[in-house]
Write a protein that binds this ligand. Sequence first.
Ligand code: ACO
Length: 332
Amino acid sequence: MPEVAAVGITGIGSYVPDKVLTNYDLEKMVETSDEWIRERTGIRERRIVHPDQATSDLAVIAAEHALKDAGIDASEVDLIIVATATPDMLFPSTACLVQNRIGADHAGAFDLQAGCSGFVYALSVGSQFVATGKYKRVLVIGAETLSRITNWDDRTTCVLFGDGAGAVVLERVTRGRGILASCLGADGAGADILCLPAGGSRLPASEQTVAAKQHYLSMNGREVFKFAVRVTEEATRQVLQQAGLTVEDVDHLILHQANIRIMEAAAKRLGIGSDRLVVNVDRYGNTSSASIPLALSEAVVDGRIKDGDCVVMVAFGAGLTWAASAIKWGHG
Ligand code: ACO
């Protein structure tokens, strides 16, 4: 196989809406309590978009921050991939809307749908274009407005989700830096465990689907929980093995921010202490494809992640899907 170039993250940015919805606010909306939500999930509050904001609006701001951080102009971007389960519309893709808004007039653009694993999937897909030399600069965005598909009368799901976006620029980096390994997985037999039943070609929107609340996210929480802990451990071990690393080498483990209990259970199985876990689920809840780039961005900006650190990102989500990436931070 011909040797491929090393590819890494050369710019990163994120954005969350300013509107905060606390557990105390939710106590007034459904039969729940701050104590229940914190103990079962670790979430204290989440951000919610304003009525006039859509997923592309969050994506554009995160993308502009990432481009600025990379020191490049939008016109230099070759490809935009937006990972989202909550696009502005079924079509055209949210990536095309972002391409127009940021002025990336030389870029191809498409959306990637892998549930909450979307960003880590997109990172792997986007990096292939740079590794092979096909493209120089790829913009990968994870952006979501889960609040738009949440049934705010259903306490078993409405306490979990929030809105936000994170973005990275991928470019060639010094050998030994950047993405060392990545793996992708799926098990479509679990498609019913976590889905949005209506609004697609199986169940087009109708009075009946609206009345039956089938345009809201539907989830079997206990099944997702078990699946998540299992695949998070397996995917972490797999990506570390591919990268020629061990769990001792991991400086920062960034897991999909769905539930603190899932993160702690998986980290415990791996023998990784909570001091190496990057956590922000307490402030943002589960932001699906945005959760990992949001956590990564915060840890980079506040100086926790330093040049040369080993960062492992692992996500799981609807599909069912999972994905992992091991990165040596910095561009060299
Ligand atoms: N407030 C108070 N009580 C509640 C609430 C709530 N918000 N939600 C559920 N309960 C009740 C249930 O009705 C149940 O009551 P019962 O015993 O009388 O029947 C009790 O609490 C326990 O419910 P469980 O579902 O067993 O609670 P569990 O400990 O499993 O926690 C949770 C539920 C938080 C959803 C958990 O299963 C979980 O986090 N699962 C994973 C979810 C996830 O990660 N989803 C996202 C994946 S991908 C994506 O983001 C799209």
